[in-house]
Design a protein around this ligand. Structure first.
Ligand SMILES: Cc1cc2nc3c(=O)[nH]c(=O)nc-3n(C[C@H](O)[C@H](O)[C@H](O)COP(=O)(O)OP(=O)(O)OC[C@H]3O[C@@H](n4cnc5c(N)ncnc54)[C@H](O)[C@@H]3O)c2cc1C
Length: 261
């Protein structure tokens, strides 16, 4: 359905009130509009949230980095605060799509969409993020439910994403040369209490690798990954890469991420 009503919300309360029935929020439109155009999705109303003040911007504290949902990828990529606090997050944003996508796409839109090959979901899981919505705070662990599926309820708006500041971290992506979406992306973070490894592009949704985490919790070094066995069972197999190839690339990207931490 390509016909829809276009409405603009001035604040979060108005946006959530308007988002009833077959309505949805419009942020950068980089994923939503192609889906509508290709008739993969149809809505009665698009609620423009871009005019809502306070949903954009970056705040740093000693323990966390909070990024407003309407903050564009280019803003994260070029932010001095992000580069200083979690530089891997700035590099991740710099590697998303192309300049057009980075100048329109938002962090909130990316995680709400939960594309299995999107980059930010891996940062959320690895950096123990909390998703702040109009209703509640959701730990990243509970937020990403499956392919293009999240824990968000109808009319629930993401307001910000809060990342734990790690001791060190790095993101390595083997990207599709056309779209730059991840064929496999591995986000490694050494947090205060544990090492975390989140993988995107390889499965139906982002996931943590217990095998890699256990190896890195014993010894946080690239060589610790050498003896880890990554099973191809359940991994994506498509025109870009077989499941076996993805399993191999996970190890390669994990080693690369750890050695650039
Ligand atoms: C050519 C191309 C290449 C790309 N390459 C990459 C890549 O390499 N890596 C990558 O990660 N991504 C990539 N993307 C996706 C890109 O990052 C999008 O910007 C992102 O997925 C969606 O953000 P958006 O702001 O455009 O959201 P929209 O398209 O406006 O919305 C997407 C979905 O999120 C919902 N939504 C938006 N904001 C909120 C909110 N605040 N609260 C609740 N729901 C909300 C919308 O209702 C909609 O369902 C690419 C896109 C394109 C077109």
């Amino acid at each position: 359905m390509k016909n829809f009503n276009f409405k603009s919300a001035a604040n979060t309360k108005e946006a959530t009130k308007l988002a009833t029935g077959r309505a949805t929020f419009l942020a950068g439109g980089m994923s939503l509009l192609p889906a509508i155009k290709l008739r993969l999705a149809g809505y009665s109303d698009l609620i423009n949230i871009k005019k809502i003040k306070g949903l954009s911007g970056i705040k740093v504290s000693s323990k966390s980095l909070r990024i407003g949902s309407l903050t564009k990828h280019v803003e994260v990529a070029t932010s001095k605060e992000v580069k200083k606090t979690i530089s891997s997050l700035a590099s991740l944003a710099e590697g998303i799509g192309d300049p057009q996508v980075r100048n329109r796409g938002t962090i909130g839109g990316s995680i709400a969409n939960n594309d299995p090959a999107a980059d930010y979901p891996s940062a959320c899981l690895a950096l123990n993020a909390t998703i702040h919505t109009s209703k509640r705070k959701i730990p990243a662990e509970k937020f990403f439910k499956g392919m293009f599926e999240t824990d968000l309820k109808k009319g629930e708006l993401i307001e910000a994403v809060e990342f734990e500041v790690p001791v060190k971290s790095s993101y390595a992506k083997f990207s599709n040369p056309a779209s730059r979406y991840a064929v496999v992306g591995v986000y490694v973070a050494k947090l205060k209490n544990e090492a975390r490894v989140a993988i995107t592009g390889a499965g139906s949704s982002v996931f943590r690798s217990k095998e890699l985490e256990s190896a890195l919790n014993n010894n946080f070094s690239a060589s610790a990954i050498d003896n880890v066995n990554i099973s191809s069972k359940g991994l994506n197999s498509d025109i870009h890469a077989s499941a076996e190839y993805r399993a191999h690339i996970i190890k390669v990207m994990a080693r690369r991420a750890v050695s650039t931490c």
